[in-house]
Design a protein around this ligand. Structure first.
Ligand SMILES: [Zn+2]
Length: 436
């Protein structure tokens, strides 16, 4: 399986100048290569392929020895591959008849935000000295790095991406690791399963009775962000002060995103550690981000949480199941009766004639758990012992539903995880891993 590790790097001023010049040269190359494809098609109806452009790359580099010629070949080559990918996705969307297929765009400010080394084990080396941590980036030099977590000893480094985010530089390393042991076969009952309800009032309710308070770091930081944005509006555009204030606003956004990601990691790591089967509602999240609740939904980082749960379970040979979400809120988790009249959006407690009373989201989470366990049981009865073969595997993971395993979403998969603690106590309300 592929896992990515992200580190902050602190380039020296001269190194930063090199990084910035690469961003500029690559932005120029992108715009040039895109224009070449576009013009050839518009004027002569002649397609230009990635291979055509890759063959010209050496010539382009020799013409511009002090500019593009300074950028490592492998990095420039990757940029052309990315452009090719952008075209392929565009053609695919056209074929699918999408209304806005999204033609590849020019870089308006003439720079790229990030660039990538392929075959990174040749070009990138993290130093092992305990006192002086630096990473060697081919063509840039020995750049100071904070290794908050050691990269895997048994992993092969595939790609390294250098990106600029607000005022900082990040290095993202993707490693190929040996596949973890597959999860147990479906006929083995899970020892400690959990169902999760992704609600609107709470991002997470667990079938154990735990309700996780909203992950809304935005709300806390929002005031500050608003203040800084108001200040920005008062500055004269194009002035030095405007530029400085814009950087401040970007940093505010960054902090919010960091905090959110951190909370997600802590929460999903704990769930994956404490449970060997996790059932989640299969929700069409992109389709739901509309209407007046849009902000609350966008704020709850569901998509990220699901993909984190999925790979963290896979790493621990646990099971991740997605179930049909229909009716989970309106069904009694004790007797299976459907609520009549249905529960209104504001009603917090599910009360059934069978005398079952429970927090609305916890009740839904229990239904999700029942359905998850049912679907695993169904899988074991569907397979006759004689023809029992391992299910298809994608990227080292078993796929139970239609979700495709992608390694790209696996940010920071490497959190070291301590020994498992006992299962969550029913009725416990606890904010997600908040410190201090
Ligand atoms: Zn009931």
């Amino acid at each position: 399986m592929h896992l990515s590790y992200q580190y902050r790097i602190y380039p020296r001023p001269s190194q930063e100048a090199t990084l910035e010049s690469w961003r500029k040269e690559l932005g120029y190359l992108w715009n040039f290569a895109l224009a070449q494809r576009k013009d050839a098609w518009e004027r002569e109806h002649r397609p230009v392929s990635y291979l055509d452009q890759q063959e010209s790359l050496a010539t382009w580099r020799s013409f511009d020895a002090r500019g593009l010629g300074q950028v490592r070949y492998v990095v420039a080559q990757n940029l052309l591959q990315e452009l090719d990918l952008a075209y392929r996705s565009f053609f695919r969307r056209v074929k699918d008849g999408e209304r806005r297929p999204g033609y590849p765009r020019f870089k308006k400010d003439g720079t790229v935000r990030s660039f990538r080394f392929n075959y990174a084990d040749t070009y990138v080396k993290i130093g092992t000295s305990a006192t002086d941590r630096r990473v060697r980036l081919s063509g840039i030099g020995y750049v100071p790095i904070v290794v908050h977590r050691e990269p895997p000893a048994d992993g092969k480094l595939l790609t390294a991406t250098v990106s600029r985010e607000a005022d900082r530089w990040l290095l993202t390393l993707v490693y190929e690791l040996p596949d973890p042991a597959p999860p147990p076969p479906p006929e083995v009952a899970p020892a400690n399963p959990v169902g999760i309800d992704l609600g609107i009032m709470h991002p997470l309710a667990l079938s154990t009775g735990e309700v996780v308070e909203p992950l809304r770091p935005l709300e806390a930081a929002e005031e500050r962000l608003k203040r800084e944005q108001r200040r920005l509006a008062r500055k004269e555009k194009g002035s030095n002060n405007h530029r400085k204030q814009a950087a401040k606003v970007a940093r505010c956004h960054q902090r919010v995103a960091d905090r959110r990601k951190d909370l997600c990691h802590k929460l999903t790591s704990r769930i994956a550690r404490e449970h060997d089967l996790v059932a989640v509602e299969a929700l069409n999240v992109p389709g739901m981000v509309r209407g007046p609740l849009a902000k609350a939904i966008l704020d709850a980082p569901w998509g990220r949480m699901r993909s984190m749960l999925e790979y963290k379970l896979a790493m621990r040979s646990g099971r991740y199941v997605e179930v049909d979400p229909r009716g989970t809120t309106q069904t009694c988790s004790a007797c299976g009766r459907v609520a009549d009249p249905p529960l209104a959006l504001g009603e917090r407690v599910f009360a059934c004639p069978c005398r079952h009373r429970e927090d609305r989201d916890v009740n839904a989470a229990r239904n999700v758990l029942h359905r998850g366990c049912d679907s695993v049981r169904r899988m074991s009865s569907e397979v006759k012992p004689a023809e029992r073969t391992p299910p298809p595997r994608t990227g080292g993971r078993r796929v139970y539903r239609g979700r495709r395993a992608t390694s790209r979403n696996q940010e920071d998969a490497s959190r070291p995880e301590g020994e498992g603690s006992p299962g969550a106590i029913p009725g416990r309300r606890k904010p997600p891993g908040r410190r201090g």
